[in-house]
Design a protein around this ligand. Sequence first.
Ligand SMILES: [Zn+2]
Ligand SMILES: [Zn+2]
Ligand SMILES: [Zn+2]
Ligand SMILES: [Zn+2]
Length: 418
Amino acid sequence: MDVDGKGDSMEELKGLQITTLDDDDDDEEIALDEDDNEEDEDDDDDDEGEPVILGFVEKPEHSWSLLRQQFPSKAGGVPVWLDPDNLPLGTSCVCDICGEPLQFVLQVYAPLVEKESTFHRTLFVFMCLSMNCLLRDQHEQWKHHPDKRSRSVKVFRCQLPRANPYYSSEPPKGNATDKLLTPGAPLCNWCGTWKGDKFCSSCKVARYCSQKHQVMHWRSGHKLECQQLSLSPQLSECNACNGVITQIKPQKVASKSLWPEYEMKNEHESEYDTEVSGDDGHVNNSLVSRNRIEDTTKSYNFEEDGDKKCWASFQVRIAKAPEQVLRYCRSATSKPLWPMLGGRPSKADIPRCSYCGGDLCFEFQILPQLLYYFGVKNDADSLDWATIMVYTCEASCEGVGYKEEFAWVQLSTSTNFS
Ligand SMILES: [Zn+2]
Ligand SMILES: [Zn+2]
Ligand SMILES: [Zn+2]
Ligand SMILES: [Zn+2]
């Protein structure tokens, strides 16, 4: 997005919430809650509902594209924490099933215009790398009591008002000159994800989120590095030593098992509507031919015709833009796009907000295409899911730091049968 820096209206900053693929196009900023007057359109499909914004991943355009002060939406790599100080701690950061620190999946910058406290707002998704944990998580998500649920997928919401200690109240220029006001809490040297509130006892320089990550780092080379650091402490990295905060460098991350990092770009799904049938009924001019749908469906052991239909209509809808990894539609009336009929929650299965007690509403879903971009293998025990639905507090209730929201995971039928 092009912000020229002259005008500093709220609108410009609000326009940041979603950037179009075309950087030069100032007039086509897409607001997440934009009213599209969809009533005008003669819609064949009653399920189409609210306009959906699609997320696509691509390699970051610039070295600064994913910096914290750019309020990025991104997938893979490390999270870019919105509130850099009050990070999730303790059991929030680990898989409740195996105890391993969770891996960052993606974050979506999704401010809400209706409230001052949601001027900046980002949602973060994490998950355990173990497919065994995800299979067990399947049973946990049905439990109605929040204290009894042991999850391997977690979602956090963070929001900040326009005036906050971390960012300029002026919109970022969207280039390398945008500055940070504070360095933020130091992160784990291994995962670069969670707060590094534990030190290596020898060098007292390396920081870790957990003993597990300290052990991993030690084995993968910190053993040597540690001696050098102990001998010459001036080599140690100190983010804000000289008070020149503009010099903040992204911390080094030692782990090689993070997923590849992508910038997430967004587009209205309606941009892709040209290929599908128009007013004259269900003309067979969709991108996916019937044969292809049949082929895809064959690889799954559907027991019921209903599931087959559900999968087919899911495929047709996704085929409008097959590379989408995310579908965003925050509205009380919006409906997620389910790949399967089975394994869907009823309204009663979606818990209430554990902070304010209010309703949760659907906000976005993650598609399995992301696994492809992450290079996740297709082995029997590889991580796999049909979709991850994210539900968030409808009121986006206030509070410092990160609030845990609710994820619903639907596994593909093939996984259940294997
Ligand atoms: Zn786990
Ligand atoms: Zn760590
Ligand atoms: Zn050390
Ligand atoms: Zn709430």
